[in-house]
Design a binder for this molecule. Sequence first.
Ligand SMILES: Cc1cc2nc3c(=O)[nH]c(=O)nc-3n(C[C@H](O)[C@H](O)[C@H](O)COP(=O)(O)OP(=O)(O)OC[C@H]3O[C@@H](n4cnc5c(N)ncnc54)[C@H](O)[C@@H]3O)c2cc1C
Length: 391
Amino acid sequence: MSASRTQVGIIGSGPSGLLLSQLLQLAGIDSVVLERRSRDYVLGRVRAGVLEQGTVAILRRAGVAERLDREGLVHHGVEIAAGEERRRVDFSAHAASVTVYGQTELTKDLMHARDALGGTLLFEVDEVALEGVESERPALRYRRAGVEHRLECEFIAGCDGFHGASRKAIPPNVLKIHERVYPFGWLGVLAEVPPVSPELVYASHERGFALCSMRSLVRSRCYVQCALDDDVAAWSDDRFWDELRARLPEAAAARLQTGRSLEKSIAPLRSFVAEPLRYGRLFLAGDAAHIVPPTGAKGLNLAVRDVQQLADALIAHYSEGQDDLLDAYSATALRRIWRAERFSAWLTSVLHKFPGRTSFDRGIQLAELDELASSAAAQAAFVESYTGTPL
Ligand SMILES: Cc1cc2nc3c(=O)[nH]c(=O)nc-3n(C[C@H](O)[C@H](O)[C@H](O)COP(=O)(O)OP(=O)(O)OC[C@H]3O[C@@H](n4cnc5c(N)ncnc54)[C@H](O)[C@@H]3O)c2cc1C
């Protein structure tokens, strides 16, 4: 078995793990990232795409926003449709905006920055196991290319997503799980066609929810609500575009350009919070700690905020010997996470067709959307939650 040491052992090279290692290295703190998948697999994953202003600021601080600043699309509003009714929520009245920039591109930028600084990223690592997280010297055991390794750490960051190993290292009598699983999924298609509208269009329709999003001015990312047991193979491109068209207001449907899908997948929807986010010298961040349904575009933004908070706490520990931020990490992060969970669950409940929905339930959904369209207070609350900009 080979043995090595680092200050912070990071499990997972998604946005959380890559960004944490970058922020730590900029502060002179050593880390090693262990990733189960191959580099190409991680670089090829298609996921989120809407960044809050605060997220962009953190990425600038990490020195990975040069291309984002050049190519990201800044949006000052979003459209919400219910049947034929279309309402635009304007962010600019509140000096707020979001930036559309694909997680795939962000991952490339982070990986490039880690390589440029000589960061240690180990891919195709198997059987990662956490040891002694309650002790001063926790360790990560893993297997790579058939060889067993032991990495001694001072801290471990669990950035390994929902299905990772780190959360499971918290004993069941300590770990509390709060969860809601939704009875539907999102079928997503990525295609090289211009977006239907310059801003995102969320549609609440009798046939189910739909979203027209984008990754650039020539690349669309669109979704329709589907059954949980739906099979991607049963959705030809034509069937997908027909269903999307049927759920959009006529004017938007008339503008819809269709094309061959570059990627097509079904994602289940879940709300999930783990508590606490710290156990001994193990800290959870990103999807390892929480999941939101993608309706509010919060998943990646929450992950980036967790990482900023954890990086600042570790920097205070190493540079000033101060542990108050580490001690406060779990409680402070959970307060912020629950607010995003509330918003994401609310927006999901207002826009989707739930099985067994009654005409009364639909009336309440339409009243919620009506209030959003007509009440300045409701709009301000929406803008604050959606853009993450404190008003
Ligand atoms: C299919 C899908 C679609 C999504 N769409 C949206 C969206 O439209 N909008 C939105 O806001 N959010 C979306 N999200 C959420 C968003 O992508 C996540 O919040 C974000 O990726 C979180 O980053 P992370 O680094 O915490 O976790 P992840 O990106 O999941 O990264 C975790 C990493 O850990 C690795 N790993 C896991 N287990 C181990 C192990 N045992 N050992 C070593 N490595 C391990 C994984 O391979 C992965 O690379 C989506 C998520 C998924 C899964």
